[in-house]
Write a protein that binds this ligand. Sequence first.
Ligand code: GDP
Ligand code: ZN
Length: 313
Amino acid sequence: MRVVVHSIGEVKEDEEGKIGVELLCVVKAVLKKIKRRVLVGDKVLVGGIDWNDKRGMIENVYQRDSEIMDPPVANVDHLLVLFSLGQPKMEAFALTRFLIEAESTGIPLTLALNKCELVDEKTRLVWESRLRGWGYEPVFCSVDTRNGLDSLYFILRDQTTVLVGPSGVGKSSLINVLRSSQQVSDASEGDNQSVNIEGSKWLEEQRVGVVSVKSGRGKHTTRHVSLLPISGGGYLADTPGFSQPTLLKATKVSLPQLFPEIRKMIGDSGPTTCSFNDCLHVGERGCVVTADWERYPYYLQLLDEIKTREEFQ
Ligand code: GDP
Ligand code: ZN
C-alpha cells in the first residue's frame, strides 16, 4: 500500500520536506488478524519509517467519518453527481434515482451537469429552475469547452470527493482534466535516518487481482483506486463510483428524508410534523406533505419499489 505522509506530528525544521512523501507500507500483522481492512482514504498511523527506502508499516487505522464501497474509499466527504445535458440526454426520473442513491449515503453532494455546450441557453435555464425546485443548485459545465470547471475546482477544494453518475456523461473525461491540472507535490528525498514518527497519514492503495488460472496466460486484472490531489487542496478518487443506483440503502422509512422537498416541508417551517410518526406521506390523516410538487409521483414510485423489495426480504 502506498501512503502519502500527511502530517508528522511535531514537525522539526529538517523534516518539513517529508510531508507529501509517498511510502510503501505493509500492514501490521495484528491489524490483519482482527480483519481491520485498510481502505484508500483511511487515515493511518505509520511507524518504523525508513525515509531512505521510503518504507513503513501501518500500525493503526483511525476511525472513519464515512466510507463507500463502490469504489472502496474511506473518509469521503463529498459526492459529485455528474449528468449530461445532451448525449445521453437528461432524464428526470433517472436523475432522481441517482440523487436518492447519493443522498442515502449521508455524504453531502453537488450536482453538476456536463456537456452544456450541446444545448441552448433556454434548455439550460429550464433545467436550472426545475432543479432548484427539487432543492438543488446545479453547476453547469463542459469538459470540452472547460466552461464551469472553475466552479468545480472551488467546490472540490479541501474535500475528498468521489464522482458518480451514469456511463457516458463524462466522468472519466472530467477526472482526466482534473488530473492533468493537478499540482505536482514537491517530494523531497528525505534523509538517511530511520525514524519513528507518529501522526495521521493519507493512504493510497493499489491492489492486483489473481492470475487467471483458466486462461493460463498470466493475464492480470488490476484494480486500482487512488486519490488524486487537486490544486487548491482536496482529493478526487481516480475511479468513478456507482453508475447504477440500487437504492439498497434506502428504506421506506428513510426515503422521505432523501427528498429535499419533503425535508423542507417537514423540518424547516417549525413544528409542522405529520400526525403519525411513521407517516409515509401518501395521504394519511394529518399529513403535512402536500402532493403539489414535481417529483411527488417519483416519490410514490420509489416508495412502491422499496416496499416491494422489503416485503420479499
Ligand atoms: P463516463 O462513462 O461518464 O466516464 O464518460 P466519458 O468520460 O467516457 O465520456 C463519454 C463521451 O462523452 C466521450 O466521447 C467524451 O469525449 C464525451 N464528453 C465528455 N465531456 C464532454 C463535453 O463536455 N461535451 C461533449 N460534447 N462531449 C463530452
Ligand atoms: Zn406525512
